[in-house]
Structures are given as structure tokens and as C-alpha cells.
Design a protein around this ligand. Structure first.
Ligand SMILES: C[S@@+](CC[C@H](N)C(=O)[O-])C[C@H]1O[C@@H](n2cnc3c(N)ncnc32)[C@H](O)[C@@H]1O
Length: 420
């Protein structure tokens, strides 16, 4: 602490640093400051008496901030440093061995601060880090009052990249904008780079940052670019599904399922909606309904509906859907099953994880929805993923398939609550 800024600050009277040895506040022959743990366990713990005595001896203001350094504390950051820089006196207690008797934290500490999620041997380095971060914020410590203004964390953002001479070093060039002399552009570039760097390395800081609408658009574009392109298809299976008695049957069509799932699919950007119906008469009837809205009066009466129904394909069996999709795309196809309740041995994926898989790996996905009493277990077993059942608050668990479809599509494809 006798170097650089700390040295200058102490010399010019901006700060005063005193190092206190707690051994000087022991009253036994061997100056013992540590003891074994009550309740057993390895290692030694610092005793409370010498620490209380040392702190009481050096307390000069009526209520100084008393900091204990510990990996169990709240993370030390620039905001805390700014807060501490306003204090007249700070007392920092360095732990050692296994730590400090809890009563020091209970009866003495005003703050418990951690340097990060790692274990150091003692609190000396954390104390030096805190002292350094605080002293350089004291008026006059840096000489140039503006020097701390643009640093990392100033606006909850990391600092932009910095360059100095030479303009080309080992083939690496200084960005053109920085040598342009255009201050407005330089300032915009620096701001964007600070956003980019924070987005790359410390995205959680963006949640606290004071962002303009322009910043949010910039960050949303970065998020969007990171996503791998994927397509989600939906298949509504009327076979093989269970009936009330758990027998595998084929169910009959529902006009509402045709319309509502097609409309939800169009809303959420589903790439195709397959209706699987093995009974020919049922398919014919369904085709008539589709034709009405695609080619008949319905198409003129309601073009929005025509747009939604253009996603619909009628197929006799699931195998036909798979063949159709394989012919359409060369990318791999992963199947996502759904179920209203947990079956024995079923491994279910959360909606958040499923969304992440699709966004991170891209490709094609087919979401299977069951009619009747749900998809036959073979279908779920053979799928690549099975989504967790949707649960409400109580025991009632009888959503219509079209309601479930909307909820699932919203969770998998819907607008994410903005993290900025
Ligand atoms: C070996 S550590 C004790 C760790 C303690 N047994 C635990 O698991 O939390 C000894 C001392 O080093 C200091 N220390 C170690 N890691 C730290 C960190 N990440 N932040 C702040 N202080 C730390 C503390 O003063 C601590 O009492």
C-alpha cells in the first residue's frame, strides 16, 4: 500500500492507513488469537475478544463502517466503493484460517464484503483491494478529477476498448473511427463497444444499467444474431391416442382445433401445422372445412383466416408427417412430445430449456399434441424430448388441446420478457 496512488494519497494527507495487529489486543502469555471450532471440524477460527478490543481501540468516529472480508459476504463492487469513499473512517477486518467467530459479524460488522466466488488464504488482499478502490475515489487522489467518470461500472457498463500508439501493431490496427477526429462518432463507438463488451462478458450488469431505447434495440439485435435459426412444426394427432379407458383409439376432428391451433401457429411463426387423422371420412370432412376457408367464400370473407389455414396439412399417419418434413428439409428433425401428466419414468424438459436447445442448436422441431386422453406412450417414448405438463394452481388438469397449444407456443416461441 506504499506505492503509486495510495502512496501519494497518504503523503498528501488525502487518506491515512493504519495497520493494526490483533495480537496486540490479547492478554495471555502466548498472544493467542485463534481457537478450535465449537462442535468440531477442521482448522482454527479467530477469537472474538482481540478483534472487539482492537476495533474499540481504533474507533474514532461515533459510528464507523466496520467491514469484515469474507467469501460469504455480498459482492464488493464500484457502487459500494463510492459509498465507502464518503465515510470518514473505515475499519476493515481481515479473516484468516477458517474464518472469524460469528459474533464479530453479529456484534461488530456493519458490512460483510466478498471479493468474489473464490477462497483466499486471508483477508489482507481483500482489505487492500477495498482500500485501493476507495482511496482512488477520494477527491484529489488521482489528480485528474474526471479520470474515474468513464471507468467500467460507471453506468453499470464495462469500459470500451482503449488504444494508444502505434496505430498498427503486429498487423492489428486501431479502429478507424478513433483516428477520425470526429468526436460524436467516437463517443457513439465507445458507447456501443461498452454495451457489446458488457453483453459478452457480464450480461447480468445490463439488467441494472440505465439503457436508452436505442441501447435496447442494439442489444436486442445482438441477442437475435446469437440465435441459431430453427423451425418449429406442430402436429395434432387423432391417432394413436388414448380414450377415457386408456385404450388406444383414433378420435374425431374438432373444428375449433383446426382454427385455433392454426391461428396460434400463425401468431407464433410455426412453420407448418399437421393434422394427423387416419379415418378417411374424417379427413374428407376436414378438407371441406379447409377448402371453404382457402378457396371458398371463407377466403374472401376472412383473408386472415385463409392465411392461418394455409399452414395446415392433412396426413393419415405420423409417419407421413415425418416423410413430408424430411422431403421438405434436409436438416435433422427432433420430436417434442407433450403430456398432461407425468408418466412413470418420463424425463421431462422445461420450456426454458427446450427453448434454449432450439435457439442454441437450431434445426427443425416437431411438436406433437395429442387429442382425446393424450398421446399413446410409445409416441412419448420414441420422441427426442417430452415437455413438462402444464400445471395451474389447483388439481384441475383438463386443458383443451388448443389451449395447451397456445400456452406451449407462447412459452417456446413467444416474445421473451425483455431482460433489459
Ligand atoms: C480461508 S478464508 C476462510 C473461508 C471460510 N472458511 C469460508 O468457507 O467462507 C480466510 C479469510 O480470507 C478472507 N477471504 C478469503 N476469500 C475471500 C473472498 N473471496 N472475499 C473476501 N474475503 C476473503 C476472509 O477474511 C476469510 O475469513
Amino acid at each position: 500500500m506504499k506505492e503509486s496512488i495510495m502512496k501519494r494519497a497518504c503523503k498528501s494527507g488525502i487518506a491515512e492507513i493504519n495497520i493494526i495487529n490483533i495480537r496486540d489486543f490479547t492478554f495471555d502469555k502466548h498472544h493467542i488469537t485463534d481457537e478450535r471450532l465449537y462442535g468440531g471440524g477442521s482448522g482454527m477460527v479467530l477469537k472474538p475478544e482481540p478483534i472487539f478490543a482492537a476495533v474499540e481501540a481504533v474507533t474514532s468516529t461515533c459510528r464507523p463502517r466496520i467491514i469484515v472480508t469474507s467469501p460469504q459476504g455480498r459482492p464488493f463492487d464500484q457502487k459500494i466503493a463510492l459509498e465507502l469513499a464518503k465515510e470518514e473512517q473505515l475499519i476493515i477486518i481481515c479473516g484468516h484460517y477458517e474464518g472469524i467467530d460469528e459474533r464479530v459479524l453479529q456484534g461488530l460488522a456493519t458490512d460483510v464484503l466478498s471479493m468474489g466466488d473464490f477462497i483466499l488464504t486471508g483477508g489482507e488482499l481483500p482489505a487492500m483491494a477495498i482500500a485501493d478502490a476507495v482511496v482512488r475515489l477520494l477527491p484529489g487522489a488521482l489528480g485528474d478529477e474526471t479520470a474515474t467518470d468513464e471507468e467500467s461500472f460507471g453506468e453499470s457498463l464495462l469500459e470500451y476498448p482503449q488504444y494508444t500508439r502505434p496505430s498498427v501493431f503486429r498487423g492489428m490496427e486501431v479502429p478507424e473511427v478513433l483516428v477520425s477526429g470526429n468526436h460524436k462518432e467516437i463517443s457513439q463507438w465507445r458507447h456501443d463497444q461498452a454495451l457489446l463488451r458488457t453483453w459478452q462478458n457480464r450480461p447480468e450488469l445490463l439488467e441494472k444499467a440505465n439503457l436508452t431505447r436505442q441501447d435496447k434495440t442494439f442489444l436486442a439485435k445482438l441477442d437475435e444474431r446469437k440465435k441459431a435459426p430453427f423451425r418449429l412444426y406442430v402436429a395434432l394427432l387423432h391417432y394413436p391416442v388414448y380414450n377415457k379407458k386408456k385404450q388406444v383409439v383414433s378420435t374425431s376432428l374438432t373444428n375449433l382445433d383446426l382454427h385455433d391451433i392454426a391461428r396460434a401457429s400463425a401468431t407464433f411463426g410455426v412453420s407448418g401445422y399437421y393434422i394427423v387423422q387416419p379415418m378417411e371420412g374424417q379427413r374428407q370432412m376436414m378438407q371441406e372445412l379447409i377448402d371453404h376457408w382457402q378457396q371458398g367464400f371463407g377466403a374472401i370473407y376472412n383473408p386472415d383466416r385463409m392465411q392461418a389455414l394455409s399452414l395446415v396439412h392433412l396426413m393419415p399417419y405420423l409417419e407421413d408427417v415425418l416423410t413430408h418434413l424430411k422431403e421438405e428439409n434436409r436438416q435433422t428433425l427432433k420430436i417434442i412430445a407433450t403430456s398432461a401428466c407425468y408418466e412413470q419414468g418420463m424425463e421431462a424438459i422445461s420450456y426454458r430449456e427446450m427453448r434454449k436447445v432450439m435457439e442454441d442448436t437450431g434445426g427443425n422441431y416437431l411438436l406433437l399434441l395429442g387429442t382425446g386422453w393424450g398421446l399413446a406412450k410409445e409416441i412419448i417414448r420414441d420422441a427426442d424430448f417430452c415437455l413438462r405438463p402444464i400445471y395451474g394452481k389447483g388439481d384441475y388438469n383438463h386443458l383443451s388441446v388448443r389451449s395447451a397449444a397456445s400456452i406451449i407456443l407462447d412459452r417456446l416461441l413467444g416474445e421473451k420478457i425483455s431482460r433489459y
